[in-house]
Design a protein around this ligand. Structure first.
Ligand SMILES: Nc1ncnc2c1ncn2[C@@H]1O[C@H](COP(=O)(O)OP(=O)(O)OP(=O)(O)O)[C@@H](O)[C@H]1O
Length: 283
């Protein structure tokens, strides 16, 4: 199957914050990713879609540092980060949420979000003596101010003291997003942020994601199975299929691409008359 790019590479390259260059990832004999390249520009909302097992989460893991690719490189903000550990990547501005919630369920919402900012604290327990001389105290205040800003933005004031594990699924997803946002990342990786949500929760989450992108200026890479949301809010979309890049481009062009229709719908004839509905495209 041929790989097509709806957007000319030269356009997508402009002011790239992230460049994924010829990434391959193998698990023993299994090729999870094969020679995948793409660029995400500063301020873009970029989505990765594809059938189950296509390699979407593996790709996010290569970007966040959880997996080290077998071949290829990941360049973030001008630096080659391919071999950098996940915590170092978080420190230079790559944040993420997980497909399955990764909150500390016994801790309060506030503490979960504070954990997200932990690495940003220059002063730590060992410099506690400095506290009374102002440096750490000022830092702690700034730290709390930022956390409160994130709590306000995501409308979770009413549960800030609640134990995370007691919240509804939709709220926990929002708290997880808050924790990632509190890191003030330049790039945020969202792995199925709307999975398991009802319609209202999905609409809320889509709005938060758009606001994060437009108002907070965050560059976003999102994996999402809800095709309606993906096509609605993404600037560009990349389709993976069996670990290979199938298509990349603006939502309407991707939706109309015969390779995509074939991968999702099994259509052999690209000239089939019926337009696929977003619901029909949902995996
Ligand atoms: N740690 C791992 N060890 C072995 N195989 C893995 C590992 N992680 C992923 N894989 C395999 O790599 C392939 C791609 O998986 P991946 O989770 O990236 O797909 P996906 O597109 O995110 O799927 P889904 O939509 O179901 O989440 C699958 O065959 C999966 O079983």
């Amino acid at each position: 199957m041929s790989t097509t790019s709806v957007v000319p590479q030269a356009v997508a390259d402009v002011r790239a914050l992230l460049s994924v260059e010829n990434i391959s990832l193998r698990f023993g004999g299994l090729k999870a990713l094969t020679d995948v390249s793409f660029h995400v520009g500063r301020g873009e909302l970029f989505s990765i879609i594809g059938p189950n097992g296509a390699g979407k989460t593996s790709m996010l893991n290569c970007i966040s540092g959880r997996y080290t690719p077998s071949d290829g490189r990941v360049v973030f903000d001008g630096a080659d980060v391919t071999r950098l550990k996940p915590n170092r990547r978080a420190a230079i501005g790559i944040g993420r949420t997980f497909q399955n919630l990764a909150l500390f369920s016994h801790m309060s919402v506030l503490d979960n979000i504070m954990v997200g900012r932990h690495h940003l604290l220059k002063n730590n327990l060992f410099s506690g003596a400095l506290y009374w001389f102002g440096g750490a105290q000022k830092e702690e205040l700034e730290h709390r101010r930022k956390v409160e800003e994130v709590i306000d933005f995501l409308d979770i004031q009413h549960v800030r003291k609640a134990t995370a594990g007691t919240l509804s699924y939709g709220l926990r997803k929002r708290v997880e997003l808050a924790r990632a946002v509190a890191l003030e990342p330049k790039l945020i990786l969202l792995d199925e942020p709307m999975a398991g949500m009802n319609l209202e929760e999905k609409e809320d989450m889509a709005r938060y994601i758009v606001d994060l992108n437009e108002e907070w200026g965050m560059t976003i890479i999102m994996i999402e199975h809800d095709m309606g949301v993906v096509m609605d809010i993404s600037h560009r979309v990349m389709v993976l299929d069996f670990g290979k890049k199938l298509v990349e481009g603006e939502p309407a062009a991707v939706l109309a691409d015969p390779h995509v229709r074939k991968a999702y719908l099994g259509e052999e004839d690209p000239l089939l008359e019926d337009e696929p509905t977003p619901a029909a495209l949902s995996a």
